[in-house]
Design a protein around this ligand. Structure first.
Ligand SMILES: [Zn+2]
Length: 114
């Protein structure tokens, strides 16, 4: 991968990271507001909503980790290689998910039930 391609991926990753951080920040504000209102009647439905929020926050955290890791690989110049087998990740896969950590064979191995 040349420097120009690398820079293009870096831009996408930085934008995606900014988006995610904004979402996480907005969610935190919502959580705080919930606590302040503290409506007991609605607490059951609020709990369900909060659980969904936490679940989403987990997904975003995993994604942020993957993006940080991809940005580190760009700095090191190893971006585009699988974190497991070090093989080159297919361009099509990288273009679809620039923060992807593993090549297709490693990913499917990891996802197989044990
Ligand atoms: Zn691999």
């Amino acid at each position: 991968m040349n420097k120009k391609e690398m820079a293009a991926f870096k831009k996408v990753l930085l934008e995606k990271r900014a988006d995610l951080l904004e979402i996480v920040r907005t969610k935190k504000e919502c959580d705080l507001r919930d606590v302040e209102i503290g409506d007991e009647i609605d607490s059951a439905s609020q709990n369900v909503e909060k659980e969904m929020l936490f679940e989403l926050a987990d997904n975003e955290k995993v994604m942020l980790d993957a993006i940080e890791s991809a940005l580190r690989r760009i700095e090191k110049g190893t971006f585009g290689s699988c974190e497991s087998c070090r093989d080159k990740i297919a361009d099509k896969r990288l273009n679809a998910i620039p923060w992807v950590r593993y090549c297709m064979p490693c990913q499917s191995k990891a996802e197989k039930p044990k």
